[in-house]
Ligand binder design. Structure first.
Ligand code: NAD
Ligand code: UGA
Length: 444
């Protein structure tokens, strides 16, 4: 099939590469000229495992190309995916300006029947707005071409994007057109491993499914973060509790890890947007407001632990004279994405209290420098930042932190003290090594 993908970001680039990998001819369009020029030369703008190899192979084999030439991209394709950003507006609602701009571009340039697919995360009713914007452009041209609008939300996770796209738990297609549903089924057939995982539904339900999924996952995380803090107070161990409840098949083990709060470009914005959608429909989504508030508080927990253990409250800046070494800056492992990363809140708090902060991250240092500049120091070696530091704080659960050289950590730090926001280590091991160890939701 001939496909065009608007937006060569996390979702658009991954979708374009994966559709090309399954034999389609794909052109990815972006307004960011530098990004497109880079991609043409094989420079991948984001760190995502496996993406580079996939892009280079499909580009070399002629199935994947990049352009800023919208008319050419629209004319040469039957299916037009919209995968541009939907950032939060001032009131928290999803800003649809980029999505609708693409709809208009398609309307201005199409010369034959098109299937327009919303892959961006968009509120219920957006397909109607896309249809109206596109139709308006056709009307301006005095043309009466046919088109169909489909909702096909994306559920991939950063850091595992290729795997998630190639082997999805499910693909949701929202359409009211049987022929379009058949075509979308054909497009996704190569990704349906052992059995059909494609769910066809009406457009509004598909749009809602995306927000409900992210909101449910965020709810599990906030719930578990609160359980963890209660465990700390009650002398219970949240890791044992997670196993205890996760073994119930109705609950399951996933997304029950406590941490420094959820971050990233999606959970925070999508929770906000769903609260806003509810408000616009005279409905108070109380539960989600609590999920959001709990998350904001959770982002304060690690810096609070540092202040409680090392701070001198008689001083204006209680952590003045303290050096804090931080492992992990990206909002999750296997990505360089720092959008809404809990590390931002944590490090800003530490700096505000007078601490000297040093940081390591395997991939996100360039992004972190945009955030913190020279207010903190950075190293590409996870041990270099430990020399004479008062504490090591683990913020992101990168694999390289799971089994580190504890002797070296102990030798480098002023005192052997770790505050672990991801519960990476066995309590007994920490005791044996003689660490003062503060995990989350368990008594170290
Ligand atoms: P992104 O910011 O990484 O990429 C968006 C791209 O769209 C940018 O490169 C931008 O230059 C481009 N763009 C903007 N206007 C354009 C236009 N008129 N024509 C062509 N390109 C244009 O965004 P993302 O993280 O890929 O997210 C895209 C959408 O997918 C959002 O709605 C997001 O919520 C959703 N989503 C993201 C993820 C994720 O893991 N990042 C997962 C599922 C869904
Ligand atoms: C999330 C969803 O998992 C994807 O299905 C969805 O497509 C995507 O949002 C989106 O809509 O953009 P992503 O943000 O890439 O994916 O990453 P997650 O793995 O979901 O992690 C989100 C945050 O939750 C991270 O900060 C992570 O550390 C945190 N988290 C996750 C926990 O604190 N505990 C957990 O048990 C799981």
């Amino acid at each position: 099939m001939k496909i065009c993908v608007f937006g060569a970001g996390y979702v658009g680039l991954v979708a374009a590469a994966c559709f090309a990998e399954s034999g389609n001819t794909v052109v990815a369009v972006d307004v960011d000229q530098a990004k497109i020029e880079g991609l043409k030369q094989g420079i991948i703008p984001i760190y995502e495992p496996g993406l580079k190899e996939l892009v280079l192979r499909n580009q070399a084999e002629g199935r994947l190309s990049f352009t800023t030439d919208v008319p050419l991209a629209v004319k040469s394709s039957l299916i037009n995916f919209i995968a541009v950003g939907t950032p939060p507006g001032e009131d928290g609602s999803a800003d649809l300006q980029y999505v609708l701009a693409v709809a208009r571009e398609i309307g201005r340039n199409m010369e034959s029947f098109k299937i327009v697919v919303d892959k961006s995360t968009v509120p219920v009713g957006t397909a109607d707005k896309v249809r109206a914007a596109l139709q308006e452009e056709l009307d301006k041209r005095g043309t009466s071409l046919e088109f169909d609008v489909v909702s096909n939300p994306e559920f991939l996770k950063e850091g595992a994007a290729i795997e998630d796209f190639m082997k999805p738990d499910r693909v949701v297609i929202g359409t009211d057109n049987v022929r379009t549903a058949e075509l979308m089924k054909e497009l996704y057939e190569p990704f349906m491993r052992k059995h059909n995982r494609l769910i066809v539904m009406d457009i509004r339900s598909a749009e809602m499914t995306k927000y409900a999924a992210n909101a449910m996952l965020a709810t599990r995380i906030s719930f578990m973060n609160q359980v963890a803090l209660l465990c700390e107070r009650m002398g219970a161990d949240v890791a044992a509790v997670r196993e205890g409840i996760g073994s119930d098949s109705r609950i399951g083990y996933d997304f029950l890890f406590p941490g420094p709060g959820y971050g990233g470009s999606c959970f925070p914005k999508d929770v906000k947007a769903l609260i806003r959608t509810a408000e616009e429909n005279d409905y108070d989504f109380l539960l989600l407001k609590a999920v959001e508030e709990v998350n904001e508080r959770q982002k304060q927990v690690l810096s609070h632990k540092v202040q409680q253990t090392l701070g001198d409250t008689s001083k204006d800046r209680p952590l003045a004279g303290c050096t804090v070494a931080c492992w992990g800056l990206s909002f999750k492992p296997r990505t360089d994405d720092m959008r809404e990363a809990p590390a931002i809140t944590i490090i800003e708090n530490l700096l505000a209290q007078g601490a000297t902060v040093r940081a390591h991250d395997p991939e996100a240092l360039a992004e972190a420098k945009k955030q913190f500049g020279d207010r903190i120091t950075y190293s590409t070696n996870q041990y270099d930042i430990l020399a004479d530091a008062d504490v090591l704080v683990i913020i992101t659960d990168w694999n390289e932190y799971r089994n580190p050289d504890f002797d070296r950590i102990k030798a480098e730090l002023k005192e052997p003290f770790i505050i672990d926001g991801r519960n990476l280590y066995k309590l007994s091991r920490m005791r044996d090594y003689g660490f003062r160890y503060l995990p989350l939701g368990r008594n170290g």
